[in-house]
Design a protein around this ligand. Sequence first.
Ligand code: ATP
Ligand code: MG
Length: 416
Amino acid sequence: MAEMQAPKGTKDMLPQDAYKWHYVENTFKDTAKNFGLKEIRTPIFEHTELFLRGVGDTTDIVQKEMYTFEDKGKRSVTLKPEGTAPIVRAFIENRLFNEAQPTKLYYVIPCFRYENVQKGRLRQFHQCGVEVFGSKEPSMDAEVIAFAMEVLKNLGLKGLKLNINNLGCPKCRPNYNEALKNFLKENYDNLCPTCKERFEKNPMRILDCKEKKCKEITKSAPIILDFMCEECDTHFTKVKEYLDLLGIPYAVDPGIVRGLDYYTKTIFEILNDDFTAIGGGRYDNMIEELGGPSMPAVGFAMGIERLIMALDKEGIEIPSNESYALYIGSRGDEAYKAGFKLANDLRSKGVAVEINHMGRSVKAEMKYANKIGAKFTTILGDDELANNVIKLKRMIDGEIFEVSLENIDEIANTLK
Ligand code: ATP
Ligand code: MG
């Protein structure tokens, strides 16, 4: 029955893969601490209107990909397709703009987009991201990029490259849009229906179209870097200087436009040969457009599934600390009870212990202990209880450590 399978484009995170997710999320969070970023959590769904205004109504996300439905109160709500608009909404609603700036936030979220499912392209996927509000300085663009690079470094990833571009601002963009429209005019008839609509409303969006024929047409389109106003030009130069100062390698790729309408000035992508893992940039007008004060902003999001794909591809060994320190086997009821109590006491001391809940024979218990990779095993029996001693066998070399059964601290220390 298809209904009893996970919906298309969704995936279970199975327990055997949990350590990979923990590794990515913990590395991200630990690195965030060093950069003074604090966590924010917003609801899984928002009023649909927020995304129409925040993400932009000519984007693929809004035009094709949103999980929108009416709730029982007849409100149109949408599962969040991205993290930025909701965080800007929360920033404004909770008046965080009154605090000393900048506001430096990070998030870890599920995102929902009704996409054509392929490898690395899901309908529920997960992102770690950053939004920094209040600074217009190019040093902040560079810091946000430096943070993304630091996360990758701390994950051990080496094969991802940084591409940057500048999308200009409302001052310089009209000239560019004019030039772009002039260029596209000749090929208008060959554009896909969505891009025909975009032609008047937002011609730059056509540069990000995934349709083959549109891609072909836009290959030789004029580039925005040739149309930048002085302010944007200076900003871009400074961002590059700061990246140079930090020794962060990058390439300028005038072809990047990104899939969201709100970007201004710096945008960037971090990618390998197969996919883009990270996308971000500056969006200086969104806070005001969503009803807040005029305040600049810069951020990015990294796809957790794609980072895990990159880790697998680069063959990076991910530390797993999810093994058992001790398996307690037993012979007889009294010994089982003593072991059951001991397991609980040791867990309170921070030791990972497993015990028999399956009625296994001692022989089967030891096989199981081996299977789960317990570092030590022990078998409690009448002798051990009578002598008040536990024999801890270190599995790697078979060495036996004898410790008083009552001395929980010493047992715990021996196992560490
Ligand atoms: P793409 O061009 O691949 O569609 P995007 O521009 O839509 O990406 P963003 O909205 O910037 O992507 O999201 C940032 C990151 O989130 C991407 O770089 C990617 O790692 C991840 N991501 C986006 N969409 C998906 C998806 N459908 N499945 C898995 N990961 C995704
Ligand atoms: Mg997309």
